[in-house]
Ligand binder design. Structure first.
Ligand code: SF4
Ligand code: SF4
Length: 238
């Protein structure tokens, strides 16, 4: 299990689906149609290039939020309700099968968004577990949110300090929900980066809607206070 594929949810942001300027229902419809078309190939690798061309053509007229960001047509349903890579080696049995995609196997298998990278470095899935447990239906919009993650990382001892304990957890959920209010949060591809890596007002202004700024600042401050106390207790246990 990784941050991309959890027990009950998955993330697929870096495959570009959210870059399509469509409703959730329309994006779901695209995934269904890709999957049905892909299944007709019966995993015949020689047909992958034509599948890619065909899907890219069919989806070419759909407006993109960012025309520079690629939308990969090999993202589909790998199980009911579970989006994932249709040509992942776990399905094809070939470690290079993603070379039929625009990015190629080395990028598809090697890319880590900041949250995934953080979890692999620390060998702890605390943050993604927290999102899966508390905000399951929005998991795919949160774990990939590199800008949000940059802000959360400024909290002392994140994620340990704020992903445990009912008070901190409640505050963190509140902050994450405020982030979900922002329209940008509908179109995360994980490639967005927050230049301001601090708990300052610019970061809050970039990530939250104006009407949520005050609540976001206060929540962040409360989280930091809890985290500072938790960190001090960890260093000096009674
Ligand atoms: S954005 Fe991160 S968690 Fe989501 S699919 Fe990509 S690497 Fe995995
Ligand atoms: S080929 Fe790469 S970019 Fe395309 S769906 Fe698979 S993992 Fe995502």
């Amino acid at each position: 299990m990784s941050a991309c594929q959890k027990k009950s949810v998955s993330c697929f942001a870096c495959c570009g689906l959210a870059n399509l300027n469509l409703t959730s229902e329309q994006k779901d419809d695209i995934l269904v149609r890709r999957t049905e078309q892909f299944e007709e190939l019966n995993m015949d690798f020689s047909l992958f290039p034509e599948f890619r061309r065909s899907r890219e053509d069919q989806e070419a007229s759909i407006p993109r939020h960012n025309p520079e960001t690629y939308v990969c047509p090999f993202l589909g349903y790998i199980e009911p309700h579970r989006p994932g890579c249709l040509i992942h080696p776990a399905r094809t049995g070939d470690s290079k099968s993603q070379n039929y995609s625009f990015y190629g196997a080395s990028i598809c298998l090697g890319y880590d968004c900041p949250a995934k990278e953080g979890e692999e470095e620390t060998h702890s899935s605390l943050y993604s577990d927290f999102l899966e447990a508390n905000l399951k239906s929005e998991y795919h919009r949160l774990v990939c949110d590199s800008e949000l993650y940059s802000l959360l990382e400024t909290i002392t001892d994140f994620p340990d300090s704020v992903c445990r304990g009912s008070e901190a957890s409640g505050l963190l959920v509140r902050l994450l929900k405020l982030r979900l209010n922002h329209p940008q949060s509908q179109r995360i591809t994980s490639f967005e980066r927050l230049m301001v890596r601090s708990r300052d007002s610019e970061a809050v202004m970039a990530l939250f809607r104006q009407q949520d700024w005050q609540e976001a600042r206060e929540t962040l401050l409360e989280l930091e206070q809890i985290a500072t106390v938790a960190s001090a207790e960890k260093r000096n246990p009674q």
